[in-house]
Design a protein around this ligand. Structure first.
Ligand code: PLP
Length: 358
């Protein structure tokens, strides 16, 4: 069976060995005669899956014991509302680094009685870098950042200092692909569909003292209720949690996040160096903020971009079209994307450049 090189920003490529394992176990999970999709979420078989998934994630990210790990639904987008509903008392600070942080800000502004202050923005550079974040006023309920900006291709490799104010991070597009210290954050959230597993699962890692601060009007949107029920308040996305567990095992066997980051650097450097050495392609992103996972590049001519994308697709390089707000191309190189795929893309880019330059 032919697999393509899938550069999608999400849902994204999964490790082939994980997909094969899923296939092997699809009809009968561990001799049960049932698919994981058919297991009760209250069964001991599923309990072991979710327990293992949590233990593996704790190990991979070195999550301290005073943090809870929640397996939720609603995507990262629902966290745009859950964070201010649960953590916001009076005033919260946000850093605007592009499309997703703007959405987080706009949802937070809908929470009644909560004032939102944008304390830093990358708008002046048209979101081609991340801003210097001033020390947040210590009376803020929290400071929100997006560690990796999936659309613009920029990253906070070092999170801003926030003093005593809990730092909240949307880590959707670089969780487990770069190393972060969990204790630098009060809360981390991520949609699973890039570096973790199938869509439908959202991971929240929350420091215990931030749980139960507010009464929320909905049980499903209350971190305390979710934590007290060990993510089983209602039926969780069982299949996605199972695949996430397999991805965590794969990552652990591979050497963990430090090793993965090294591999991701190698992939990203090959692509950035090709872009920088070329007279056809350019990266719109400032070097110090360049993402390892989402790499936009442009030719500067929309008809050439279009031709590139069409010819790339015909050659088996899929989903390279850039986001409409940036244009051009974007290669998303998440954990499961192979180095050989970047080598193949780079060879294709060079051949295309030679052809159009004559
Ligand atoms: N935040 C970031 C940084 C993202 O990249 C995305 C999706 O691509 C989202 C939030 C929205 O995630 P979801 O579709 O899981 O709601």
């Amino acid at each position: 069976m032919k697999r393509v090189y899938n550069f999608s920003a999400g849902p994204a490529v999964l490790p082939e060995s994980v997909l094969k394992k899923v296939q092997e176990e699809l009809l009968s999970y561990q001799g049960s005669g049932m698919s994981v999709m058919e297991l009760s979420h209250r069964s001991s078989l599923f309990q072991s899956i979710i327990d293992d998934a949590e233990a593996l994630l704790r190990e991979l990210m070195e999550i301290p014991s005073n943090y809870k790990v929640l397996f939720l639904q609603g995507g990262a987008s629902l966290q745009f509302s859950m964070v201010p509903m649960n953590l916001g008392k009076q005033k919260a600070a946000y850093v605007n680094t592009g499309s997703w942080s703007k959405k987080a800000i706009s949802e937070a502004k809908k929470i009644k009685g909560l004032e939102i202050e944008e304390i830093a923005s990358a708008a002046e550079t048209n979101f081609t870098t991340v801003p210097t974040v001033p020390m947040v006023s210590q009376d803020m309920d929290y400071l929100h950042i997006t560690t990796n900006n999936t659309i613009e291709g920029t990253t906070f490799f070092v999170p801003p200092a926030a003093g005593k104010v809990p730092l909240v991070a949307d880590m959707s597009s670089n969780i487990l692909s770069s190393q972060y210290t969990v204790s630098d954050f009060g809360l981390i959230y991520a949609g699973a569909q890039k570096n973790i597993g199938p869509a439908g699962l959202t991971i929240v890692i929350i420091r215990e003292d931030l749980i139960g601060l507010n009464e929320t009007s909905s049980a499903m949107l209350d971190y305390k209720i979710q934590a007290d029920n060990h993510s089983l308040y209602n039926t969780p996305p069982t299949f996605s949690i199972y695949v996430a567990k397999l991805v965590f095992e794969w990552l652990k066997d591979l050497g963990g996040v430090a090793k993965m980051e090294k591999m991701n650097r190698k992939k990203a450097e090959l692509l950035y160096s090709t872009i920088d050495a070329s007279s056809l392609y350019a990266s719109p992103v400032e070097k110090s903020a360049r993402s390892l996972t989402n790499i936009p590049f442009i030719t500067g001519k929309s008809e050439l971009d279009k031709q590139f994308i069409e010819e790339a697709e015909a050659a088996g390089f899929l989903n390279l079209k850039g986001h409409r707000s940036v244009g051009g191309m974007r290669a998303s190189l998440y954990n499961a994307f192979p180095f050989e795929g970047v080598q193949a893309l780079v060879a294709f880019m060079q051949a295309f450049e030679e052809k159009v330059r004559g």
